[in-house]
Write a protein that binds this ligand. Structure first.
Ligand SMILES: *Cc1c(COP(=O)(O)O)cnc(C)c1O
Length: 359
């Protein structure tokens, strides 16, 4: 009998595996990880206490409806519980959104370069990715994205601020775009870095969604709230989208530890957002220093900066690593560098300065 492997869906052929940010090298002199946009601060003591308390019960399944967290989110953001869905990070929810809207023959539009998960999860769904290049200034080209809509379009991602460039779309241009999108196409505002925005002209997606039934907003506890390792995010959307999300979510996906830690984080929001304020201070320092060194860096509203290096990208990333910081290279394009601890940012800036001189 000849052996054949189990039949897998043809859509999976050639889909790249998600590439995580490289960990900081073990055993080096100093090693800081600036490759995954994580929060550099350790968990708050109160959040840690909640995690330790809920860990006592992990022989039991979690509350599948995430009741405590859903109620807390409904209060905090002024939305009905029926407009909320939680998931294993906002990427888990994005995957549910695709599963709920798109399949073979459908099209999904997003900017490029943008978040690396979009092409992967789009292709897993079987839908066709339609990538619309960023403008010369590394900003979403919303006019071109609206022009790319066809009667096969089911979902459009708008990553605001955009990963990896840190650039934003502002209220007027977003409204103009949304006015052009047919009401049966879902627009997903991915706001993973919302808490880092200081530009008052950038709209809060949760305000935008209120009178637009085809808008869904993704938020996460992974970045500003510092819970990346616990995997919890949420979506705000009207029915029937929110209901579809609850239907397609992996049962018991969000652990009780994650649910309780998210509630504790919302209750400690002042302290957490104080830390975000310090990171924003560091962001300004990193940005200003890079500009003074002669780099052209797009203005960032996230906890990272984007440095275009073209052919020198890999060399630059290696230089950073030798100096003690791990950054995120995108071969042939540039590096994304997370704003981290002051010492880590200093190492990056010194490396950038030295590299500039030999460029
Ligand atoms: C980090 C990030 C997320 C968050 O992912 P989680 O699954 O919530 O950890 C979502 N979207 C973008 C654009 C991101 O950069």
């Amino acid at each position: 009998m000849s052996e054949t492997s189990p039949k897998l869906r043809a859509e999976l052929d050639g889909i790249p595996t998600y590439k995580p940010g490289k960990p900081a090298a073990a055993g080096g002199p100093v090693a800081y990880k600036l490759s995954s946009n994580e929060n550099p601060y350790p968990p708050l003591p109160g959040v840690m206490d909640s995690v330790i308390a809920s860990a006592q019960g992990f022989n039991r399944y979690p509350d599948m409806a995430c009741t405590g967290l859903m109620n807390e989110l409904a209060d905090r953001f002024g939305v009905p519980v029926t407009h909320l869905a939680t998931g294993t990070g906002s990427v888990g929810i994005a995957q549910s959104l695709l599963q709920s809207t798109s399949g073979p023959g459908d099209e999904v539009i997003y900017a490029w370069r943008s978040f690396e998960a979009y092409p992967i999860i789009t292709r897993i769904s079987g839908a066709k990715p339609v990538q619309v290049p960023l403008t010369a200034g590394d900003v979403h080209d919303l006019d071109a994205m609206a022009d790319a809509i066809t009667d096969r379009t089911r979902l459009i991602f708008v990553c605001n601020p955009n990963n990896p460039t840190g650039t934003v779309v502002r209220r007027a241009e977003l409204d103009r775009f949304l006015d052009r999108v047919p009401s049966d196409v879902l627009v997903v505002l991915d706001e993973a870095y919302r808490e880092f925005i200081r530009d008052a002209d950038v709209p809060d997606g949760i305000e935008v969604y209120r009178n637009r039934p085809n808008v869904a907003v993704l938020r996460t506890f992974s970045k500003a709230y510092g819970l990346a390792g616990l995997r919890v995010g949420f979506a705000v959307a009207h029915e029937p989208v929110a209901a579809a999300l609850r239907k397609t979510a992996v049962p018991f996906g969000v652990t009780q530890i994650a649910q309780d830690a998210a509630v504790a984080s919302l209750r400690a929001e002042d302290e957490l957002l104080g830390r975000v304020g310090s990171l924003i201070g560091e962001r300004a320092r990193v940005y200003d220093t890079l500009c003074r060194q002669g780099w052209t860096v797009p203005e960032t509203q996230a906890n990272f900066v984007w440095v275009r290096l073209g052919d020198r990208t890999a060399d630059f990333a290696e230089a950073c690593e030798r100096a003690g910081v791990v950054v995120r290279p995108f071969a042939g394009e540039g590096v994304r560098v997370t704003i981290g601890e002051t010492e880590a940012n200093d190492i990056f800036l010194h490396t950038a300065e030295a590299f500039r001189k030999v460029l």
